[in-house]
Design a protein around this ligand. Structure first.
Ligand SMILES: NC(=O)c1ccc[n+]([C@@H]2O[C@H](COP(=O)([O-])OP(=O)(O)OC[C@H]3O[C@@H](n4cnc5c(N)ncnc54)[C@H](O)[C@@H]3O)[C@@H](O)[C@H]2O)c1
Length: 343
């Protein structure tokens, strides 16, 4: 097993937690629960019907199934879950165990953050994307019709168990989605992650994310680099009504961000080509911007992005590396989209 600590020292309380990566990690659940200071008597397992992963525990176990797909990532689902927790007698000392992909860990994490003003949550991510990204770092939330992840909370898990065995049933498309986020880490560090075996690759991505989160838990600055490729990605997801999956949209958004950085004179055309090679050739991902919205609609959607406090805001490569760039000229963005949408 690989063990990575997400270091979150607080005032008087150390909220650091461990992410365990390896074959059979699921069997460690009861040990993790035993070590919690709240001595939980019950667990509320939140998962999806048909997911070929079950968790077992010696504790009183209540199971809650949520719908599959982004259109179930809503405040209605949070209400259903919290009402279910109340009916089952889940107390503030009990624990939510989220078993699923990033959609499940985001929703279950937000329900845990809200119920009784916050109870503990353990994440058991079952997708590659969930293991390397969504389950780590404490961002939870749901979508609104107006945009992705617009309502949520920072709520750190008490532990994360990444059991590599569960990935054997993951459809190819979901593996590609995980690769979309993995390509992001490739640019953040310059490392060739595709050269590592699966366990090492997952653990290395967790380490990279853990280090960034530890340096800026609430995204007052540096953590925003983890949103590389995400400004266009979130607009694509919303405009396509989530027919485009998150990781697929991130892959498209990464190459768009590189092209925009070139257009703004921040990077060379050779650096853009490096992006294309990694995303398309190394990770086998598509990068064409689908015609799910007009360029003007994309610009409007990107203006509603959570990062957009000062005009259009992107995470862009440049002479000082990857950083947040506010107030990007909407005309330049629009012209680039005019050239690229559907081409
Ligand atoms: N909180 C964060 O920091 C963060 C980071 C990145 C992404 N996200 C969020 O994560 C979500 C995307 O997560 P995702 O890509 O994991 O998608 P997902 O959770 O929607 O799962 C994709 C599909 O795979 C199925 N599935 C899951 N595990 C499986 C398994 N082991 N075998 C077979 N099928 C399985 C699911 O039932 C679902 O149909 C988005 O909502 C995105 O916003 C959050």
């Amino acid at each position: 097993m690989n063990r990575v600590t997400v270091r979150l020292p607080g005032e008087g309380v150390d909220r650091s937690y461990e992410v365990v990566v390896g074959s059979g990690a699921l069997a460690l659940l009861d040990g993790l629960l035993d070590a919690l200071d709240t001595s939980p008597k019950r667990i509320a397992v939140v998962s999806q019907a048909g997911l070929p992963v079950t968790v077992s525990s010696t504790r009183e176990c209540h199971r809650f199934m949520i719908g599959d797909g982004e259109h179930h990532k809503t405040l209605d689902t949070i209400q259903e879950l919290c009402r279910g927790f109340a009916s089952a007698g889940i107390t503030r000392n009990d624990v939510v165990v989220a078993v699923g992909g990033g959609m499940v860990t985001d929703v279950a994490g937000f329900a845990a953050a809200s119920y009784h003003r916050g109870i503990r949550v353990v994440h058991v991510p079952t997708t590659l994307l969930g293991m390397i990204d969504a389950a780590i770092g404490g961002k939870t939330g749901v979508n609104l019709p107006e945009g992705k992840n617009l309502v949520g909370a920072f709520w750190q898990p008490s532990g994360v168990l990444c059991d590599l065995d569960v990935l054997s049933t993951l459809p190819d498309r979901e593996v590609r989605c995980g690769n979309g986020e993995m390509a992001k880490y490739h640019f953040l560090t310059g490392e060739n992650l595709s050269a590592l075996n699966l366990g090492e690759r997952v653990a290395r991505c967790v380490e990279i994310k853990a280090e960034v989160v530890a340096s800026d838990e609430r995204e007052s600055g540096r953590r925003a680099i983890l949103n590389y490729g995400h400004t266009l990605a979130h607009a694509l997801e919303t405009a396509s009504e989530h027919r485009l999956a998150h990781g697929e949209a991130v892959a498209i958004g990464l190459l768009f961000a590189a092209r925009l950085a070139e257009r703004l004179g921040r990077i060379s055309s050779e650096r853009v080509e490096q992006h294309r090679i990694v995303i398309e050739d190394d990770y086998g991902l598509a990068t064409t911007i689908p015609q799910v919205a007009s360029p003007a609609e994309f610009v409007a959607l990107m203006g509603r992005d959570k990062k957009a406090v000062d005009g259009l805001t992107f995470v862009l490569d440049g002479p000082s590396g990857i950083e947040v760039v506010a107030n990007v000229d909407a005309v330049v963005v629009r012209e680039l989209l005019d050239e690229l949408v559907g081409s």
